[in-house]
Design a protein around this ligand. Structure first.
Ligand SMILES: Nc1nc2c(ncn2[C@@H]2O[C@H](COP(=O)(O)OP(=O)(O)OP(=O)(O)O)[C@@H](O)[C@H]2O)c(=O)[nH]1
Ligand SMILES: [Mg+2]
Length: 241
């Protein structure tokens, strides 16, 4: 393991954002590795990244049958060879400036640092309600398991101590919701009780280009992560959809 940090960017068809995101991160963090976990985007993303010719950037093409945002994040952590990692979206909803604050918390001893969305006006009303309902169920689930909780368990912006989370993933991945969007929640469900958690606040922006990949399947998978009520609710909703 080397000292610096790896920024993991899970991507699917982000050609409208990817070169600008990598360029912005490189300018702000000259020493950080950037690991793009791409699910076979057929939109020229790989060529755009290759053209940047950046030796600290790796474009990882995933197996088509393993497609999934959470699966990409877990695999990205397993591929990381630096002491810390930070996972973020590639559509600028997560501000690149937050990476530095998360890394500082990790260097100061946190095992996990979560980016908590300050206000979620970027979410449509229905997604805002779904987000809070999912958060409420998740808090209960973590509390029942005696695990650490957070103000934003559903956040996609978080960083961690690589060794801690490699262990969590290798032991528990069969229980994870691989096709879901909420990797952090699965990691918190199976992390050690002693996990040191810190939070930073950030403004959640709007997607800059390209299209959202969120679907009703993803929302159902999120409910399934909160047993026992969530699983029942997901079954009922699937019938209604
Ligand atoms: N590897 C991989 N990345 C994905 C997949 N689906 C989405 N992503 C990436 O995950 C990040 C978040 O996806 P979004 O579609 O922006 O999801 P969201 O932010 O919840 O939805 P919006 O608010 O509508 O943007 C982006 O960087 C996407 O490119 C997937 O199946 N595989
Ligand atoms: Mg987004």
């Amino acid at each position: 393991m080397t000292g610096a940090c790896t920024i993991i960017l899970p991507t699917f068809r982000e050609s409208e954002n990817i070169a600008r995101m990598v360029g912005t991160l490189r300018e702000m963090y000259p020493d950080h590795k950037i690991l793009i976990m791409d699910d076979n985007s057929d939109d020229g993303s790989e060529e755009l990244v290759e053209a940047l010719n950046d030796p600290l950037v790796r474009f990882f093409v995933r197996e088509p049958e393993d497609r999934g945002l959470s699966a990409s994040i877990f695999q990205g952590i397993m591929e990381t060879d630096t002491e810390y990692f930070v996972n973020m979206d590639c559509d600028f909803q997560h501000p690149p400036s937050a990476v530095g604050s998360i890394c500082s918390e990790l260097e100061n001893g946190a095992d996990l640092c979560i980016g908590v969305r300050k206000e979620r006006t970027a979410l449509s009303p229905i997604r805002w309600v779904a987000s809070w309902a999912a958060h409420f169920l998740a808090v209960q689930t973590l509390w029942l398991r005696n695990k650490k909780r957070s103000g934003d368990i559903m956040s996609g912006l978080f960083g961690g101590r690589t060794e801690v989370f490699k262990e969590v993933i290798s032991v528990n991945s069969s229980e994870f919701e691989m096709r879901g969007f909420k990797a952090l929640y699965d990691l918190m469900k199976f992390a050690p009780e002693s996990l040191e958690v810190e939070e930073i606040m950030f403004e959640f922006g709007t997607r800059q280009g390209g299209e959202s990949k969120l679907s009703s399947d993803v929302i159902l998978s999120l409910l399934r992560q909160s047993e026992p009520y969530g699983k029942t609710l997901a079954k009922l909703m699937k019938k209604a959809l």
